[in-house]
Ligand binder design. Structure first.
Ligand code: GH3
Ligand code: MG
Ligand code: MG
Ligand code: MG
Ligand code: MG
Length: 335
């Protein structure tokens, strides 16, 4: 059997520890001013499988080591030269807000009030010297279990946070085209109206609607129709070259563009470019030998928003212009 350490810190028991690596991988900071006791603790911890044992003989050294090495756990004496263990515990807790490194007091003080003060100072457990190795390691293992559980919770909550962010983004995206959907459009239009009002900059809203798209669907089927909508989605993302331009799918075959800092003339240039680019779409349903030409009709409204400008009023004006473009023959943009 292993010889008992020559120290009062640990009482020989003859009991064997469960498994040699029961505490690996793991680092423990031992704060103990008495060299012999410290050496005995280090030996016991290493035998229990602790990978790294850090040693400090006073409170300030402990704090510095804690900050630089970030041990997994702290074994903390109370009576130390200079600042005492209670002080160390409080400093450690302040050094890592929102984090948790278990602190186990290991002290010769066996007063109930000392236990109370230790826990109040931020300690998680309190052992009285001399402590049997098997008890010390058992306590470390229990704390390790809590630590692992906390780490898993932290990981899970970070993952949940990410998933939630992703969901929040998805809620505002259209599944077919990947464009912003109606919900996103409404929020962003409100925001851009407010921004344009603050900056006294012209804001353009454009509503576009595919011409005779029902006919396309009836002729080539919905799968081909969906393919068209995806291509239009890609095209609209491409024409929105400025970082603040927003392309949205407003409804079935209707799209909306928010163009911040864009005057009426700029909006018309944009619409012409869009009309030109439509000609280059590769719309070729199976069995057809040439690319089909899709056209859009559009309604444009531009204003420097004031207190009376609302998303609803801008949408109504754009919709009225779109209706006019449709009734005057389609494949054109009105403002
Ligand atoms: P107009 O030129 O007056 O806009 O004629 P239109 O046929 O495009 O307009 P209408 O409002 O009569 O029909 C819109 C059609 O758009 C109906 C439907 O077949 C098609 N559509 C709407 N949403 C989708 C979709 O998600 N996928 C497909 N494939 N077709 C859609
Ligand atoms: Mg001491
Ligand atoms: Mg329509
Ligand atoms: Mg249409
Ligand atoms: Mg229609």
């Amino acid at each position: 059997p292993p010889t008992a350490p020559a120290s009062a810190a640990i009482e020989a028991t003859g009991a064997r520890l469960s498994s040699p690596n029961s505490l690996a991988p793991f680092s423990v900071l031992v704060v103990e001013d008495q060299a012999v006791m410290r050496a005995a603790l280090v030996t016991e911890l290493k035998q229990a499988g602790v990978t790294q044992v850090l040693e400090a003989e006073n409170g300030r050294a402990a704090l510095a080591l804690f900050r630089s090495e970030r041990p997994d756990m702290v074994l903390l004496d109370i009576r130390l030269p200079g600042e005492d263990g209670y002080w160390v515990a409080r400093q450690l807790r302040e050094a890592e807000p929102g984090e948790w490194t278990p602190i186990i007091f290991l002290s010769g003080l066996d007063n109930d009030l000392d236990v109370w003060r230790g826990i109040e100072a931020g300690g998680d457990d309190y052992l009285v010297k001399p402590v049997k190795p098997i008890v010390l390691v058992a306590k470390l293992r229990a704390m390790r279990r809590l630590l692992d559980m906390r780490r898993r919770l932290v990981t899970v909550s970070a993952e949940l946070h990410l998933a939630n962010q992703k969901l929040n983004e998805m809620v505002e995206l259209d599944a077919l085209t990947g464009l912003v959907n109606r919900r996103g459009l409404d929020r962003m239009l409100h925001a851009e109206i407010a921004a344009a009002q603050r900056e006294s900059k012209p804001l353009t809203l454009m509503l576009c609607d595919l011409d005779h798209f029902k006919h396309f669907n009836d002729t080539y089927g919905h799968v081909q129709g969906d393919e068209c909508l995806k291509q239009i989605g890609r095209l609209l993302r491409e024409v929105c070259v400025r970082p603040r331009d927003i392309a949205a799918r407003y409804g079935g075959e209707e799209f909306a563009l928010i163009l911040p800092n864009t005057p009426r003339s700029g909006a018309m240039t944009f619409a012409r470019a869009l009309g030109q680019m439509l000609k280059f779409l590769k719309i070729r349903p199976p069995g057809i030998n040439e690319d089909l030409l899709l056209t859009l009709s559009g309604g444009i409204t531009t204003c420097i928003p004031d207190a009376n400008t609302s998303a609803e009023s801008m949408l109504m004006r754009a919709d009225a212009a779109l209706y006019a473009a449709k009734s005057q023959g389609r494949n054109r943009f009105f403002s």
